[in-house]
Design a protein around this ligand. Structure first.
Ligand code: SF4
Length: 335
């Protein structure tokens, strides 16, 4: 208890390393994580056990993707001096606690999670009819409770997962008669919902994303293919900026320009080509700093290795202590 009062509130979050991160990841998560570092003790992981769930047929790419994700973390301002940045599989504690918590998780709790069926339907390019997919919310629970995280930054759609973690914690503590695990709270993050260039959810599996690592010419090319207001057929037609994805990007990346852009669109004062060309400039500028940091990190391969080694060491100090408590409470530790 004294230990809990002495420390700052703790946060755990992670991303599955399935490739380079994109603008949606940046505005939806990384920008928030960057700000949370000032106030909280943060643990950020590249969740490669979770990646294996869907990438098991092509696992060779996972290690490279971990590297890419960590480079994106660092390029977007996560600071390894202030936060613990680590790779999930560097700590066997995650797998071990997952196994232990699975004994405390009724199958029906997993089957009722709304995203379970949804993802089954959406991820058509992967066969995820495996045990890991059903059990991944238990692994998520293990990820969180290993660090006794007080808060987990989540969007609304992730709330059911966190609720599962909270239920598992309550059941575990209640069955064992003591408060061993910490029940995490949601830290709802305000993040703009950024659609992909084709107006669907931004996702690598749709190929509609703008990557943080994209060079300027690629950004420009992708922006110029963006689907605009479908009701604006001719240059002389007035547009509907509120319905246009391009205009929503202005809202996020250049809010000061938004009113002017919306007015020019609604009054048919300029064409979509001009509008997109300007947006490309905005995004190229927005990503200039992460791009420069990326270039430095790519030129220094040892840097990412060092960050991960240090992160694993610091994460393990916390994770091991929790796992020891859990094993002792569940009769799995030598007396
Ligand atoms: S002018 Fe811009 S905001 Fe208006 S419809 Fe075209 S791309 Fe969209």
């Amino acid at each position: 208890m004294a230990e809990k009062q002495a420390r700052r509130k703790r946060i755990l979050s992670g991303m599955r390393p399935t490739g380079r991160l994109h603008l949606g990841n940046l505005v939806g998560a990384l920008a928030n994580w960057r700000d949370l570092q000032d106030e909280y003790e943060c643990f950020f992981m590249s969740a490669d056990y979770h990646a294996l769930m869907s990438e098991y047929e092509n696992p060779a790419a996972i290690a490279d993707n971990v590297r890419e994700v960590v480079i994106d973390f660092l390029a977007c301002g996560l600071d390894p001096k202030r936060s613990v940045i680590f790779r999930q599989s560097d700590l066997a504690e995650h797998a071990e606690l997952h196994l232990i918590l699975s004994a405390y998780t009724p199958i029906s709790w997993l089957e009722r999670i709304p995203t379970y069926k949804e993802q089954m339907q959406q991820l058509t390019n992967r066969d995820i009819h495996n045990y890991a997919f059903l059990g991944y919310p238990v692994l998520q629970a293990a990820d969180i409770v290993l660090y006794k995280a007080d808060l987990v930054p989540v969007g609304e759609d992730q709330l059911p997962h966190l609720e599962l973690t909270r239920e598992v914690v309550r059941r575990f503590n209640s069955l064992l008669g003591r408060d061993i695990l910490v029940e995490p709270q949601a830290k709802l993050t305000a993040s703009p919902r950024l659609l992909g260039t084709d107006r669907r959810k931004m996702s690598k599996s749709y190929g509609n994303q703008i990557d943080i690592a994209d060079p300027p010419d690629v950004i420009r090319k992708k922006v110029m293919t963006m689907i605009t207001d479908p009701k604006r057929v001719y240059r002389a037609d007035p547009g509907h900026p509120e319905e246009c994805n391009v205009c929503q990007y202005y809202k996020t990346f250049s809010p000061g320009e938004y009113d002017d852009i919306a007015r020019k669109c609604a009054g048919a004062e300029w064409g979509c080509k001009d509008c997109k060309a300007r947006l490309a400039d905005v995004l190229i500028e927005y990503l200039a700093e992460p791009r420069a940091r990326r270039a430095e990190l790519e030129a220094d391969p040892g840097r990412v290795r060092d960050v991960l080694a240090d992160g694993a060491r610091r994460a393990q100090a916390v994770a091991r202590a929790t796992l020891d408590e859990v094993k002792e409470a569940t009769g799995l530790k030598a007396l």
